[in-house]
Design a protein. Structure first.
Length: 695
């Protein structure tokens, strides 16, 4: 991964202005040139660091760096073929980088390579090209071929034959057995013969020859699997990566020890009120005893937990004092370590860790089983935290059942997860990092600052913060893009580039399901992989959505917060009283039934009677319309003229009913007048005819 340090000559963009670091005044300040206004300015190192961490400061890459073209793929998106090529090329290049081979001896070095490595390099010029890419990026991914290996190496044999050979090779390598290629070929021929017995003549396949089998085995064989089965993980890593650093260290970040243990404390779940016991993953600098980072993990820790812990350890923590105002000191530890030491007793996906950290040039060392003395710093740190803090908090489980005795740990638990995080920060920063250590001869915070200064350790940072987040963040999901954006746990994320990607997919008629990466400890930004451009784009929570959930946007947002709000919304929806909805649906059904009966009756009436009923319907509809547009109630209508009150209207209605029931020659004329009068009440020119006014 391409990195940088705040050293003279570095160019960066900040506050829409271009800057160049001129010189370093002291350990904490640098003098810069404002290229936009040709001014000399002075900034503190911490101020620049905070601006980078907030992603306001953008480091300018040198034009030669662009030639490296380091892909932004996740490490787990590389195929096995790509990973193997990267490692083999780096293995060839490593003696050059270490200065063991001089330029005048490059040609002889290439000619003297073993037969199993020679196929990966064609000439001395290729060696120069690889060396230039490494110097520009310091990232193994730069050694990937420029065609991005669109397809893995293929052999002109049937797929069934290739699968059989691969199964046999992996089977013997995982067991650590030394099996000849001829024996594998014999077993492969026998397997194919068994398959052909159940096939028709047109489906029969022929086994490949010995020479082809040897080439396939050479291509598929994984020496690391055999070494791990024979010699154990530690020795296998030694064979793969070379010798590691000694336990005795001289400078900060030379060796970082990572370990985990169940907290001697129970935490109350705010949603379910259950008592839970988290695992604390902890990273400690061996040279100074300063804590670099931590992670709380519910359940058995795995490679994801370690990566999440190291992400916290490697990033600056400039926002901690704002999150926790009770803290008295800054947490100044951060940076990329040289060696990470982890326990091999419970990490079952060691290859995953090796691939991830190997890509950024970090060596990972696995201690043998029950070899806690090889990472004594972090082991002692757990004991210190328990003795100084956790055993004095209600709800502690103590270190063993004998100490706990009859103490009710779960019944006395009173800490929420948020409170636990704050207590851990105070414990690590104020109580341990800034407390005097007799064995070390100072506080870990002082030793850290002194070691950084005296040993001239330049803590490198990735060019962009998201580069490290994409590599180490544990959140991976596949989601479909909609016009609302990307949805995660009931929260929508949106951005202009995301909508442009959606528009492109619509025009190209591509599937809208995409790969989403995120840091589960801070969900303020997620990253969506653009397959076309082979890069990640950012998306953010939709405007005012977090405020509506009473989530503070200036603080990191944990995935658990979004899950909680999503759970509560679903709970309220499922528990909502829908009794009135049942009656509403039944009322609509009754209206439909009555309307159907009414239509059936109307269809049997003669035309003149249907016309009368029709006008009645229109009158009722118009009356309802007038009730809606009236500023108060229907009684607020006043008719200036012959009809002046609602009583008159009721009188007319009764007269009309009487005329219908006692229809004769004498009352026929008055009945006609009443019909005309009632019809006028609902004509469009009602206002002009009757002079309606509103109170």
């Amino acid at each position: 991964m391409q990195g940088f340090s705040f050293l003279p000559g570095l160019c960066f963009k900040w506050k829409d202005q271009d800057y160049l670091i001129r010189k370093q005044i002291n350990q904490n300040d640098v003098e810069v040139i404002n290229l936009s206004y040709d001014l000399i300015e002075r900034y503190s190192y911490y101020e620049l660091l905070e601006a980078w961490n907030d992603e306001h400061l953008i480091v300018k890459r040198d034009f030669t760096v662009e030639k490296a073209k380091v892909t932004q793929h996740d490490a787990d998106m590389f195929s096995e073929e790509e990973k193997m090529i990267i490692e083999q090329r780096y293995k060839i290049l490593e003696p050059i980088l270490l200065g063991q081979v001089k330029p005048k001896d490059y040609e002889g070095y290439v000619d003297g390579l073993s037969d199993d490595i020679k196929p990966f390099i064609s000439s001395v010029s290729t060696l120069y090209r690889w060396k230039r890419r490494w110097e520009e990026s310091h990232d193994k991914r730069s050694l990937l071929p420029r065609n991005d290996l669109k397809g893995s190496k293929t052999f002109k044999i049937a797929t069934e034959i290739l699968d059989i050979i691969e199964f046999l090779v992996n089977k013997y390598d995982k067991e650590g057995l030394e099996v000849s290629n001829r024996r594998i070929h014999i077993n492969m021929v026998e397997e194919i013969r068994s398959l052909n017995e159940t096939r028709s003549e047109d489906q029969i396949i022929e086994a490949c020859g010995r020479a082809t089998t040897n080439r396939v085995i050479q291509h598929l064989r994984k020496t690391y699997l055999k070494d791990r089965a024979r010699h154990g993980t530690v020795q296998a890593n030694l064979n793969k990566h070379g010798s590691t650093a000694e336990v005795i260290v001289e400078r900060p970040l030379q060796r970082v020890e990572v370990d985990w243990t169940p907290l001697d404390l129970f935490v109350v779940d705010t949603m379910t009120s259950n008592r839970e016991r988290f695992n604390l993953i902890h990273a400690v600098d061996k040279a100074t005893g300063y804590t670099l980072g931590y992670e709380l993990w519910l359940g058995e820790p795995n490679a994801k937990a370690i990566k999440q812990c190291m992400l916290h350890a490697m990033l600056p923590k400039t926002h901690i004092r704002r999150l926790y105002p009770r803290l008295q000191h800054e947490w100044t530890a951060f940076g990329k370590p040289e060696v990470i030491v982890v326990d091999n007793a419970r990490v079952h996906d060691a290859e995953d860790l090796e691939e991830f950290f190997g890509l950024i040039g970090v060596e990972i060392q696995f201690c043998p089983v029950k070899a806690g003395h090889q990472k004594g710093s972090v082991e002692r740190m757990f004991r210190t935290m328990n003795e100084k803090m956790f055993h004095s908090i209600p709800g502690t489980s103590f270190s063993n059942p004998k100490m706990r005795s009859l103490y009710d740990s779960t019944g006395k638990a009173c800490l929420t997860l948020r409170a636990l995080h704050e207590i851990i920060h105070i414990t690590m920063v104020d109580i341990i990092a800034n407390d005097y250590s007799i064995s070390r001869g100072g506080t870990p915070a002082f030793l850290w600052e002194q070691g950084i200064k005296e040993c001239k350790v330049h803590r490198t940072l990735p060019m962009q913060k998201k580069d490290l987040i994409l590599l180490l963040s544990t959140g991976i999901e596949y989601r479909t893009i909609t016009n609302k954006g990307i949805e995660l746990e009931g929260q929508f994320f949106q951005s202009t580039k995301l909508m442009q990607l959606l528009d492109f997919m619509k025009r190209k008629k591509k599937e809208k399901r995409v790969r989403v990466r995120f840091n589960s400890s801070d969900m303020r930004t997620i990253y969506i992989f653009d397959e076309c451009n082979k890069q990640y784009i950012e998306a953010y929570p939709t405007r005012n959505s977090l405020r509506r959930k009473n989530i503070e946007e200036s603080h990191p947002i944990h995935m658990a917060q979004l899950k909680y709000h999503c759970h509560m919304k679903n709970k309220e929806y499922n528990e909502f009283d829908t009794t009135h909805l049942v009656h509403a649906y039944r009322n609509v059904e009754n209206i439909v039934l009555n309307s159907r009966k009414e239509i059936a009756k109307l269809e049997k009436l003669p035309d003149d009677q249907r016309a009368i009923e029709h006008y009645k319907h229109l009158s009722s509809i118009q009356l309802l319309h007038e009730a809606h547009i009236a500023p108060e109630q229907l009684e607020s209508l006043q008719f200036i003229g012959e009809i002046s009150s609602l009583t008159d209207l009721q009188l007319i209605g009764s007269m009309k009913k009487a005329s219908d029931s006692n229809f004769n020659a004498e009352s026929k004329e008055s009945s006609i007048e009443i019909d005309e009068l009632s019809q006028l009440l609902f004509e469009d020119d009602l206002k002009e005819s009757w002079g309606i006014k509103y109170r």
